[in-house]
Write a protein that binds this ligand. Structure first.
Ligand code: TK8
Length: 339
């Protein structure tokens, strides 16, 4: 054998040996899932993201790895939604309210005073109506897995306690990028300013806006108490978060992989709701201890606000479709045991 021939044979042997190894190492390489969210790691959102990541890793025997990335490091909700649609990011969790520009049926969850308590919220969100609204996302390039609890929203500001509707006059209030929220707060007399959550702390600090509205948990975990003196307990709307997957990426997964993600999402949901509720129950005392001045609305004033806000119901019904709107009212009556 000439030297050249020997070298060629050796090279070929290496190549045939190397090929299966290359294929194998491809198989072993875990699927990397970037899971983005907007709040910081030490929040109810961050804690549940971690639970989700651990559940996926465990159920897949390490073949699927979730990298949970908080504090809007992958961008605010709206930017992540676009990244999922385009397939540049795999997963996220965020507010349903910021999804309305993509899927208008999500506006259902913006309805002021839709739920009186979290039990009603769970029943409707996890029932056929929640599924129906979630399923609409698929045409838009997104898969909705489960709803988490963001929570009942309350009002904070740096100007004055809001005891009655008129106290909102002239208050520059940050709202989510969502038409129902914008209209609702303008209707109540505030000067509503749509803005992404990631810009909010800075805007409150520099007084670009005077106030905002979010659940107790977020007011606490995002340290809004450092820049907001007054907290008015309004519980004006129940806000869900939704766990989303890029449909482009989802369609390339095996049935087993999809099941691992769905199951882990359900597990994270159950954990998240419990954790959020436990934290919310302590939150008022904690926020007071941090120096916030807390006031409740008198029942009469709460009713006045509620009545004024029912004006946006027609707007929401038009967005979500009359069918879904009426079916929602029917389901709620059933849940309340009135039907
Ligand atoms: C976090 C947001 C946040 C929401 C808001 O990304 O924007 O006020 O309540 O939870 O989705």
């Amino acid at each position: 054998m000439t030297l050249l021939r020997r070298t060629l044979v050796a090279a070929a042997t290496v190549a045939t040996l190397a090929a299966p190894f290359a294929a194998m190492s491809q198989d072993i390489k875990p699927r990397l899932i970037r899971f983005g969210y907007g709040l910081n790691e030490a929040s109810n959102q961050g804690r549940a993201a971690k639970v989700f990541a651990e559940a996926v890793e465990k159920a897949s025997g390490g073949k699927m790895k979730v990298r949970a990335i908080g504090a809007a490091a992958l961008g605010p909700d709206t930017q992540m939604q676009q990244a999922l649609i385009g397939g540049a990011q795999e997963m996220m969790v965020g507010s349903t309210a910021t999804l309305v520009g993509i899927s208008k049926e999500m506006a259902l969850w913006d309805t002021p005073f839709l739920f009186s308590n979290s039990k009603e919220a769970d029943a409707l969100l996890d029932g056929p109506i929640g599924e129906r609204v979630k399923a609409k996302l698929e045409d838009k390039g997104l898969v909705g897995l489960v709803y988490w609890e963001n929570g009942f929203r309350n009002l904070t500001n740096s100007k004055r306690p809001v005891n009655k509707m008129e106290d909102l006059n002239g208050i520059k209030l940050r709202v989510m990028q969502n038409n129902v929220f914008l209209t609702s707060f303008n209707t109540l007399g505030a000067n509503a300013v749509p803005m992404s959550f990631s810009e909010l702390f800075g805007a409150l600090e520099t007084k670009t806006v005077d106030g905002q509205e979010n659940p107790f948990n977020t007011i606490l975990s995002s340290k809004f108490y450092e820049v907001q003196k007054y907290l008015s307990v309004t519980n004006h709307v129940y806000s869900p978060w939704i766990v989303l997957v890029s449909k482009k990426w989802w369609d390339g997964l095996s049935k087993d992989e999809q099941k691992i993600l769905s199951d882990a999402a359900k597990l994270s949901r159950d954990f998240e709701r419990k954790d959020t509720r436990a934290e919310a129950a302590q939150a008022i005392a904690n926020l007071k201890a941090k120096g916030m001045q807390v006031n409740e609305l008198s029942p009469g004033e709460a009713d006045r606000m509620r009545n004024k806000l029912t004006r946006v119901y027609a707007l929401i019904a038009a967005e979500v479709g009359m069918d879904t709107w009426i079916e929602t009212q029917n389901q709620l009556m059933k849940i309340r045991g009135l039907k």
